[in-house]
Design a protein around this ligand. Structure first.
Ligand code: BGC
Length: 256
């Protein structure tokens, strides 16, 4: 079975076919800019454009930057509001003509890191935090995901945390690494107080520059940078689609 992974991000929609056993891309990624506004019709078009570059895949995993329950997108903090309650999996399936699994972007990135990257072979409670356009979170207990945690929206100093400490805010407010690291620390300490995870895995584009701000973070919990970087979403989406395909096959086998 070959799976195509597609990651819908704040600035780009990226995809590639994935070796879901090794957690590696089989192709060079293809990327188109995320349409602005990122409404349902334009994003479905962009996903179809990415998928059209690839051949020979059996199913598709797609990440979405919001809550996704049973293939329906429930929130849209950083995309167009038309995504609220949109039947995303159905829309993609109709357009691509293949089975499609849709899941939250941080859940996908975390699943990839836990299976193949920075969270490999770690037990206990692990938290993935993506610092990008927003703040995404994913929680894993002994490798099992608790989906759709939205802890990037915890309130810190009376503000939505992602409006205080996301990478987009670092850039738009032109914050120094010190100032931004102070805000990220405050956020992580709050989470640490509530959940006591064993490990924070920090992802998002800025995880590539971890040497600039990791030494400035003041948190008790160990922190590591995501290792799959920009490919974590694509890989996690594909792994999730491949698990859905296996489950379907098992259920069909039982029914037969
Ligand atoms: C959304 C999350 C998403 C995160 C990162 C937040 O604004 O609510 O669902 O994971 O941004 O894209």
């Amino acid at each position: 079975m070959t799976i195509l992974g597609i990651d819908i991000g704040g600035s780009g929609v990226k995809g590639a076919r994935v070796d879901t056993v090794r957690g590696e891309l089989l192709d060079e990624r293809f990327r188109v800019p995320t349409p602005q506004p990122a409404d349902v019709d334009s994003v479905v078009d962009a996903v179809a454009e990415v998928a059209a570059q690839f051949e020979g895949f059996d199913s598709v995993g797609v990440t979405f930057p919001g809550v996704v329950v049973d293939g329906v997108t429930r929130t849209a903090a950083n995309v167009h509001k038309s995504w609220i309650d949109a039947p995303a999996a159905e829309l993609f399936r109709e357009r691509l003509g293949k089975p499609v699994t849709v899941l939250n972007d941080a859940d996908a990135a975390g699943a990839a890191e836990v299976a193949f990257g920075a969270g490999r072979d770690q037990s206990g409670l692990i938290m993935m935090v993506t610092l990008g356009t927003g703040i995404g979170t994913a929680l894993f207990l002994d490798g099992v995901l608790l989906p759709n945690t939205e802890l990037g929206h915890l309130e810190i100093d009376g503000k939505d945390a992602e409006l205080l400490a996301s990478d987009r805010i670092r850039e738009s407010e032109d914050l120094s690494w010190e100032k931004w690291a102070h805000r990220v620390s405050k956020y992580l300490r709050h989470v640490e107080m509530l959940l006591a995870p064993r490990l924070f895995i920090i992802g998002g584009g800025v995880s590539k520059k971890s040497e600039k701000y990791f030494p400035l973070l003041e948190v008790r919990t160990p922190i590591v940078a995501a290792t799959l970087l920009n490919n974590a979403g694509i890989i996690g989406a594909a792994v999730s689609a491949s698990q859905a395909l296996t489950l379907d096959t098992m259920t069909a086998g039982q029914a037969g």
